[in-house]
Ligand binder design. Structure first.
Ligand SMILES: NC(=O)c1ccc[n+]([C@@H]2O[C@H](COP(=O)([O-])OP(=O)(O)OC[C@H]3O[C@@H](n4cnc5c(N)ncnc54)[C@H](OP(=O)(O)O)[C@@H]3O)[C@@H](O)[C@H]2O)c1
Length: 304
């Protein structure tokens, strides 16, 4: 079996595993506490030590479910790096209130969301806290104040963003006295925007690694009935055969990890055999022409 490397996320940033286990779908996996604990131990055993959470996932329940498993074997905390996010407020359920889902990155919202995440997870410190989505009302000075307070109190080690444009990244960075250590963005053969909108260029420039979410397009790569989906599956299957890969999933991870901005890839599966399949992708080497075949299948046109 291949080994999952530990990688530096940014200069003065944390070390993470180059594959990160995402926990967004934990509620849907319907695992009891013991099964959750076993799953966590199995991916740690494979070298996947970094886990991705967010305050909004199942309204906080994903962090609670994970925290319950950690409580059963507290020694695990020392073997993992925990990422969480703040900033998305869901729709109020009260019938009397008409509210909409919205973003809030005010200082108070950041502090209280982080406190709640720590309590649900049952840990003293997050390794990395991300702004989940750019808030149009983001006051970068307030975010900086909150980050600085969380750093000083030891509640958070490192900070980053998710789904930020390059100018939003620069704006926030300009007010911080510590580096943003990632921009977690969607990247998969169906959605290749980060290649051309400057996101990956900026991160490569700063030597900051992207975290790629929904690498399998949330499963749509297997089912999309669009012309793009059909083209991609044909190309990925042909490449799997050429590369000696066991699945198109392995080709996709090899394709994502080849980008010179050095992304780390988030896994979304709750199936440990599929996690292992992703780990085995790390042994694959794709050449430039093979990489571009996926790009061409995604776009439906050749390069100019
Ligand atoms: N920052 C953000 O805004 C943001 C947004 C979305 C996600 N994320 C993070 O990224 C993580 C991954 O996202 P994702 O869950 O959408 O990832 P994904 O890997 O694109 O999709 C995973 C889904 O594909 C399914 N799937 C079907 N066949 C599969 C196969 N052969 N191999 C693997 N999976 C297969 C999985 O089902 P099974 O479980 O049955 O295998 C699962 O439901 C999340 O957990 C979360 O931590 C972040």
């Amino acid at each position: 079996m291949s080994t999952v490397k530990r990688v530096l996320m940014a200069p003065q940033g944390p070390e993470f595993s180059e594959l990160v286990q995402g926990y967004w779908r934990l509620g849907a996996w319907e695992m009891d506490i013991q099964a959750r604990l076993t799953f966590i131990k199995q991916h740690i055993e494979m070298g996947i030590s970094t886990v991705d959470h967010a305050a909004i996932y199942d309204g906080g329940d994903c962090e609670t479910l994970f925290g319950e498993a950690l409580k059963r074997d507290p020694a695990i905390r020392q073997q993992i790096e925990i990422v969480s996010k703040f900033g998305i407020n869901g729709i109020a359920t009260s019938k009397t209130e008409k509210r909409v889902s919205h973003y809030d990155s005010s200082k108070q919202a950041i502090l209280s969301s982080t406190e709640n995440s720590l309590q649900r997870l049952g840990v003293e410190q997050l390794d990395l806290l991300l702004v989940h989505r750019p808030d149009f009302l983001m006051d970068a000075d307030q975010v900086a104040e909150a980050f600085s307070a969380l750093k000083q109190s030891g509640k958070v080690k490192h900070f980053g963003v998710s789904n930020f444009t390059t100018s939003q990244f620069d704006l926030l960075q300009s007010r911080l006295d510590m580096p943003l250590v990632t921009n977690q963005v969607e990247f998969n053969p169906i959605n290749v925007d980060a290649l051309a909108d400057g996101t990956f260029n900026q991160l490569q420039q700063y030597r900051v690694r992207p975290m790629a979410w929904s690498c399998l397009a949330g499963g749509a790569i297997f089912s999309a009935a669009t012309e793009q989906g059909v083209r991609l599956r044909a190309t990925l299957s042909a490449l799997a055969e050429e590369l000696g890969a066991q699945s198109i999933v392995q080709v996709i991870y090899a394709w994502i990890l080849k980008h010179p901005s050095n992304p780390v890839a988030l896994l979304g599966t709750g199936n440990i055999n599929r996690v292992k399949d992703a780990v085995d992708a790390l042994a694959l080497n794709m050449n430039h022409e093979q990489w571009y075949r996926v790009w061409v299948a995604s776009k439906g046109v050749s390069v100019p």
